[in-house]
Design a protein around this ligand. Structure first.
Ligand code: PLP
Length: 285
């Protein structure tokens, strides 16, 4: 897993060099994506690139590669690194300047970096076999533009560490009104009386591609109702099921929150049905 892409070249990771004056390093001034790939087949490639373009537009990085150009880099990384279960990391920073000055510099080329890393196999939609996640909760203290997939992830890192330090796998976040936002690296959902409910897309959460695919396959199937609306933490603690989603986890059932069981403390049957639909439909996106 060691051949990476950097500014037009494929080279061993150990030989890749980026200037210490790169604004990605100095300011976290960049946008990134992680696209999952299983046996050479990517999930949600188009939506991932669209989201990256939205992020670059939001922060004024001018870089207009076509989907095909990104696809070529991803295909090369898969070919060069062995096509198992991979996350393809794509990163564009504003580039390396000669001085450290906050304003966006003009006329410096962005730094483009990509590499592949191994991810876990996709979950099997089987309640008896799936890993249940244990999570902590804390107030969401990140910035007001969480819809941008910025490389400046210190807020997310600190929130993840909160759960990790309590021996948990993730941290569910809530805003000043005690409404669920998302998790430090995942979107979040509750299930109540058979309905899947998730916070709406706004500046408080990342528009997850797994979320997009999951809501798409659920609505297309039609057997499990879906609502996008504010969810209070009281509803989270009273939910029958709680899930988190991300590209590398797909749909992950949460079985314990702050040491208290979710529902009966086991992955639920709505989760199993939803992950089954996700597994069947994900390559259509
Ligand atoms: N929310 C945050 C803060 C994330 O960092 C991520 C993924 O990294 C997600 C949600 C899930 O997004 P996706 O499904 O596109 O992986």
């Amino acid at each position: 897993m060691s051949i990476v892409y950097l500014n037009g070249e494929y080279l061993p990771m150990a030989e890749a060099r980026i200037s210490p004056m790169d604004r990605g390093f100095l300011f976290g001034d960049g946008i990134y994506e992680v696209v999952p790939s299983y046996d050479g087949k990517m999930v949600g490639f188009g939506p991932h690139i669209d989201r990256m373009n939205d992020g670059m537009q939001a922060i004024g990085i001018e870089f207009d590669w076509s989907h095909q150009q990104w696809q070529d880099v991803c295909d090369q990384l898969i070919e060069k690194n062995g096509s198992g279960n991979l996350g393809i990391y794509l990163h564009i920073s504003r580039g390396a300047d000669s001085k450290r000055f906050h304003a966006y510099p003009e006329d410096i080329p962005p730094t483009v970096f990509a590499f592949a890393f191994e991810i876990a196999p996709p979950p099997v939609a089987d309640r008896a076999k799936v890993k249940g996640y244990r999570v902590s909760t804390t107030q969401d203290l990140r910035w007001q533009r969480c819809n941008i997939k910025s490389t400046a992830l210190l807020g997310n890192v600190m929130h993840f560490q909160h759960g990790h330090s309590e021996g948990n796998n993730e941290t569910l976040l809530y805003n000043a009104d005690r409404e669920l936002t998302e998790a430090s690296a995942c979107n979040a959902y509750i299930v109540k009386n058979g309905t899947v409910i998730t916070p709406p897309l706004d500046n408080q959460i990342l528009p997850g591609i797994t979320r997009l695919i999951l809501l798409g396959v659920l609505r297309q199937d039609g057997s499990i109702p879906v609502e996008e609306r504010a969810v209070t933490m009281d509803e989270v603690f009273a939910a029958d099921e709680v899930w988190i989603t991300s590209s590398s986890k797909e749909v992950a059932p949460v079985v314990e929150i702050d040491g208290k069981p979710v529902g009966n403390g086991q992955p639920g049957d709505v989760w199993e049905a939803a992950q089954k639909l996700y597994s069947a439909g994900k390559f259509d996106y």
